[in-house]
Design a protein around this ligand. Structure first.
Ligand code: PGA
Length: 255
């Protein structure tokens, strides 16, 4: 595997944080760091912040993403947002299958696959999340589980479409808990995901896909995690809300 074949991507997952006014201000603070970065920088913001974030990011290298999208283009799905709606706004990225969606909102591997296909068919780039619960890690099924989540999520995704997919390995026990996976644990599972991609597609696809680690990545541990061969970036929750911390992570990915 050759890390130089891949592009580092640092994405902030703001979750349910920041009003539109607050979003504008945080985008203004992050923008200069994105412009200087030697990696792609994305801010995935709440739906109601998309318009102001897109406007505030205009002319900079900061990309804007959403945190989910529905699999149908339109219809009777109260409270949902479709991929064509996001695309028309100018949104570039969308997170699909985040563990909080799976845990609290009934997302399954099958709906993750449907949402992934809808996003890709509408020209969005997907940050596809996979990862195990603590009990699953303790049962020793992390590798099977993560490989299965990856396979189901990518069902019917073509090799050309895969170029617009980033995979985020996020162990659920490390999200928002301050318990980061060790760099070796992150590396081990990111490698399993890359091997799964090789089996599903081919070596070139596996070598070039960006695989992020997410789960309490912060200004202190980013260097070590991002230094691993198969960790090509990060999906960052809490630390993406603090511009200085996010900047430190961006710098770590730019080395
Ligand atoms: P965290 O969240 O960095 O706050 O752990 C990561 C995520 O859920 O994407």
């Amino acid at each position: 595997m050759n890390k130089s074949l891949r592009h580092a991507v640092i994405a902030g997952n703001w979750k349910m944080n920041k009003t539109p006014d607050e979003a504008k201000s945080l985008v203004e603070q992050i923008k200069p760091y994105a412009d200087k970065a030697d990696c792609t920088v994305v801010a995935c913001v709440p739906y109601v912040d998309l318009a102001v974030a897109l406007e505030a990011a205009k002319g900079s290298k900061l990309s804007i993403g959403a945190q989910n999208c529905h699999f149908e283009a339109k219809g009777a799905f109260t409270g949902e947002i479709s991929a064509p709606m996001l695309k028309e706004m100018g949104v570039e990225y969308v997170i699909i299958g985040h563990s909080e969606r799976r845990t609290y909102f009934g997302e399954t591997d099958v709906t993750v696959n449907k949402r992934t296909l809808a996003a890709l068919e509408n020209g969005l780039k997907v940050i596809l999340c996979v990862g195990e619960y603590l009990e699953q890690r303790e049962q020793g099924i992390t590798s099977e589980l993560v490989a299965m989540q990856t396979k189901i999520a990518l069902l019917n995704v073509t090799k050309a479409q895969l170029e617009n997919v980033i995979i985020a390995y996020e162990p659920v026990w490390a999200i928002g808990t301050g318990k980061t996976a060790t760099a070796d644990q992150a590396e081990e599972v990111c490698k399993i995901i890359r091997d799964t991609i090789e089996k599903l597609y081919d070596k070139a696809a596996a070598d070039s896909i960006t695989i992020q680690y997410g789960g309490s990545m912060n200004a202190k541990n980013a260097d070590e995690l991002l230094g691993k061969e198969n960790v090509d970036g990060g999906l960052i929750g809490g630390a993406s809300l603090i511009a200085d911390d996010f900047a430190t992570i961006i710098n770590a990915a730019s080395k």
